[in-house]
Design a binder for this molecule. Structure first.
Ligand SMILES: O=c1nc[nH]c2c1ncn2[C@H]1C[C@H](O)[C@@H](COP(=O)(O)OP(=O)(O)OP(=O)(O)O)O1
Ligand SMILES: [Mg+2]
Length: 199
């Protein structure tokens, strides 16, 4: 396998995955690369796993080939784990990263620095026609700062400082984010499958 389809329309994820998969010599492409418009898969599940499976299995069924999907989000301790699976639509259906960040910062306004812990979660679902879907979960711990910094990355990266770092995820170089991210920690667990496929 030289090419793997990722069932996402998120440009930020695609960029992360292109970097992450280059280690394995695998080229990735996404729903954004297809000529035909693929309707959005409704994320009606109540867990990251359910939503990742919905995306991967729907697209794998459509094209009858292996498909990887990523369902991910930010869990903030002081918000009882919100926005969680609702991270993309936290401030509304238009899915604005900026509005989502503003909403989280607003909700955390009164929360003191030492209680601003959070984690990114990534669940990967690998669907293959005729086989059980495989799931891998990765996390990345950190804190939420009060003023966004940095222009790399996407989503909540400008307000997330990974544990042990001074910079936000959006100030790190893409290759450095890819060494510590939730997406990296999920993907390394798929290594055995990837190696089998690239032999
Ligand atoms: O590395 C990350 N750095 C910052 N923010 C992140 C990251 N990873 C996920 N996130 C946030 C973005 C979005 O608010 C939500 C994912 O939502 P999620 O439904 O999985 O993705 P999506 O709707 O943007 O694209 P799609 O479903 O087509 O893959 O979590
Ligand atoms: Mg989504």
């Amino acid at each position: 396998m030289e090419k793997l389809l990722i069932a996402t329309k998120n440009k930020g994820k695609v960029k992360d995955f292109k970097g992450l998969f280059s280690r394995y010599g695998i080229e990735v492409y996404s729903l954004l690369d297809l000529e035909d418009e693929i309707p959005d898969v409704e994320e009606t599940g109540s867990t990251f796993e359910e939503n990742a499976a919905l995306k991967a299995e729907t697209i794998a069924g459509l094209f009858q080939m292996p498909v990887l999907a990523d369902d991910s989000g930010l869990e903030v301790a002081a918000l009882d784990g919100r926005p969680g699976i609702y991270s993309a639509r936290y401030a509304g259906e238009e899915k604005s990263d900026q509005a989502n960040i503003e909403k989280v910062l607003q909700e955390l306004q009164e929360v003191p620095d030492e209680q601003r812990t959070a984690q990114f979660v990534c669940v990967l679902a690998l669907a293959q026609p005729g086989k059980d879907t495989m799931f891998k979960r990765g996390t990345c711990k950190g804190t939420i700062i009060r003023n966004p910094r940095g222009n790399n990355g996407f989503g909540y990266d400008p307000v997330f400082v990974p544990s042990g770092y001074e910079e936000t995820m959006a100030q790190l170089q893409p290759e450095d984010k890819n060494k510590i991210s939730h997406r990296h920690h999920a993907l390394v667990q798929l290594e055995a499958w990837l190696k089998e496929r690239t032999k």
